[in-house]
Design a binder for this molecule. Structure first.
Ligand code: MEV
Length: 426
């Protein structure tokens, strides 16, 4: 089919109902009826609700939701809903948690539920004096900020602090004002962005400069979630395993090439819970990576050490801007179910559990990498993926996957050959 006259200029697309939009897309891309019907099947989300969450909705992208077992966080057992398309992520958390369960599981804390908003002011003649003029107005700043969100105040949140920096930039000095706001059970982006926008004209007046950006910082380093756990030597398989894990951490601490992968593994766990609860995965990821680079070089978000008794101690510290009352969290039925499964009633508890999941994920990855390698554990599920891609259905999937693993060649061409053999009765 020739697509030479296809146009992406579709006037009024955003005003059409989702099914009409889907028809337009189907015509544009030559989707068959079955493919279009699958897109329109939004499962538990509901097409109407999806249509209210983002623009130009035509369907949904469904991701599996798995439950990690064995987690004990601050003395309480908890089941962890994880939304991810990646095999082995859920199993990794289950395994790590099992190996420290008897030793008490995870102990966690949170530095606070403070978010930061930034206001950028340029063209200030006397930036250092302007900085002080802003700081002198602390009471006015507090009044403006708190006036923006009476509901937040009612729940014990609101303006907490003011910081002003003079930054030397490529386009000269800038006066950067930080509003530090306790956003309690909200992730807080809306609350602090409104405050920054409302305060901006005042800042312009006090400084004599011009305000441009007014937006939260995703480097939420006043909202640090911390978790620690001890893995007893006998639970992990001895000193060599312990030292292998510590050595793996040392490599991540020394080398950004390794640290990126090390932290990616941590985020495998963290983003899966953030997504399952309808929170903003990109906000948490941005904060995590910026925090990992705070020392001026990119390093590890976790640390592993030997305890006085020779066991393995693991710790994590990571910005965790998650909430319970944001749009997707409140509206998405799966997010609500996930919160219920977790049994959390505060953003603080959610953030602390998520940190524990990140540490668990990292422990499992490092243990596998320092011992048998990552592929062995991956292969069983990966083989099922490959069998599916090769066209296996029903119980063929398991049978093909098992044969692939036994033969040690988990490849699609081999899967196809095995499938043909099976179907021929081989
Ligand atoms: C794969 O998604 C994650 C790992 O690469 C993490 C790591 O290397 O630590 C296994």
């Amino acid at each position: 089919m020739s697509h030479s006259r296809r146009s992406s200029r579709i006037p009024g697309f955003h005003r059409k109902p989702p099914r009409e939009r889907l028809q337009i897309v189907a015509d544009f891309a030559g989707l068959d009826a079955e493919t279009a019907a699958r897109l329109a099947d939004t499962g538990g989300l509901g097409l109407d609700l999806a249509d209210h969450l983002i623009e130009n909705v035509v369907g949904s992208m469904n991701v599996p939701l798995g439950i990690a077992t064995n987690m004990k966080v601050d003395g309480e057992d908890v089941l962890i809903p994880m939304a991810t398309e990646e095999s082995s992520v859920v199993a990794a958390v289950c395994n790590a948690a099992r190996q420290c369960y008897d030793a008490g599981g995870f102990t966690t804390s949170l530095s606070g539920t403070l978010m930061i908003a930034q206001i950028q002011t340029v063209g200030v003649a006397d930036p250092y004096a302007a900085r002080l003029r802003i700081l002198e107005r602390r009471d006015d700043v507090k009044a403006v900020c708190d006036g923006c969100d009476p509901v937040l105040l009612k729940f014990g949140g609101g303006f907490r602090d003011l910081e002003v920096r003079v930054l030397d930039t490529l386009s000269g000095p800038m006066v950067i004002t930080h509003l530090i706001v306790d956003t309690r059970d909200a992730m807080g982006a809306n609350a602090v962005n409104t405050m920054a926008e409302t305060l901006a004209p005042h800042i312009a007046q006090w400084t004599g400069g011009r305000v441009y950006l007014r937006i939260l910082s995703n480097l939420a380093d006043r909202r640090l979630a911390r978790a620690r756990a001890v893995w007893p030597l006998e639970a992990i398989g001895g000193e060599e395993v312990r030292d292998g894990i510590i050595g793996a951490y040392h490599l991540a601490a020394a080398d950004p090439y390794r640290a990126a992968t090390h932290n990616k593994g941590i985020m495998n766990g963290i983003s899966a819970v953030v997504l399952a609860t309808g929170n903003d995965t990109r906000a948490v990821e941005a904060g995590a990576h910026a925090y990992a680079a705070r020392a001026g070089h990119y390093g590890s978000l976790t640390r592993f050490e030997r305890t006085a008794d020779g066991h393995l101690s693991g710790t994590i510290e990571i910005p965790m801007a998650v909430g319970l009352i944001g749009g997707a969290t409140k509206l998405h039925p799966t997010a609500q179910a996930s919160l219920k499964i977790l049994g959390v009633t505060s953003a603080e508890r959610l953030a602390r559990i998520i940190a524990a999941v990140g540490l668990a994920q990292n422990f499992s990855a490092l243990k596998a990498l320092a011992t048998t390698g990552i592929q062995k554990g991956h292969m069983a599920l990966h083989a099922q993926n490959i069998a599916l891609v090769a066209g296996a259905v029903g119980d063929e999937v398991d049978r093909v996957a098992r044969i692939l693993v036994e033969r040690g060649t988990v490849r699609q061409d081999v899967a196809q050959a095995v499938l043909e053999e099976l179907r021929r009765g081989g």
